[in-house]
Design a binder for this molecule. Sequence first.
Ligand SMILES: N[C@@H](CCC(=O)N[C@@H](CS)C(=O)NCC(=O)O)C(=O)O
Length: 235
Amino acid sequence: MSDLSAFPITKKWPAKNPDVIQLYSLATPNGVKVAIALEELGLPYEVHRVDFGANEQKSPEFVSLNPNGRIPAIIDPDGPGGRPIGLFESGAILLYLAEKTGRLIPADPAARYETIAWVMFQMGGIGPMFGQFGHFHKFAADKVADNPYPVERYRDEARRLLSVLEGRLKDREWIMGEEHTIADITTYPWVRGADVFYGGREALGYKDFPAVMAWLERCLARPAAVKGLAVPADP
Ligand SMILES: N[C@@H](CCC(=O)N[C@@H](CS)C(=O)NCC(=O)O)C(=O)O
């Protein structure tokens, strides 16, 4: 049986099965990415719910694994060299899982780097900009009620990013063409989330991006998406 006692996070969230990947998460756009990838790969994992209501993501135990105090994070007991590894940042975790299994990323080196570029496009663009849009459009709407600038700025940037994605997807099934990859898995929870969590479908003009909408439907129809989007389940 694997010994994860070197990871203080396991004191707060004990591992029932320390031989499988430990996932610390919530069903947010960044959190579900890892669950979806694990479901796509059929890798066994144990999920630990990190309660934002109790600010658990900022607890010393959580921060010992991710100094940035944000979900998702993982421990893989079977990391490089057979030794346990802890990881944070959803993009890094997706890349790790893809490289560990040789799946969800093309084997061809040029296509592999292109996939990483699209993962970075989400991590540095879609995630942060959609997140700020959602903040001002929904969560802090009362604070900016007499100043339209923050919503307009992030709405316009989110729409610009959607138009980049539209161009990429108008003649492709998946972001990398025929292969469903971590580029898709990192991106679609955000396109879905801007609608489901922020109610942004109208403001972002989703109807103007038909290729993105068709791709989103294809992504959401995958069995791994159906399962992963509900991990961890609400208490
Ligand atoms: N770049 C990070 C962002 C992670 C992130 O922002 N997670 C959010 C949930 S989607 C979070 O933990 N928020 C809680 C907080 O900020 O305290 C990643 O992709 O892993």
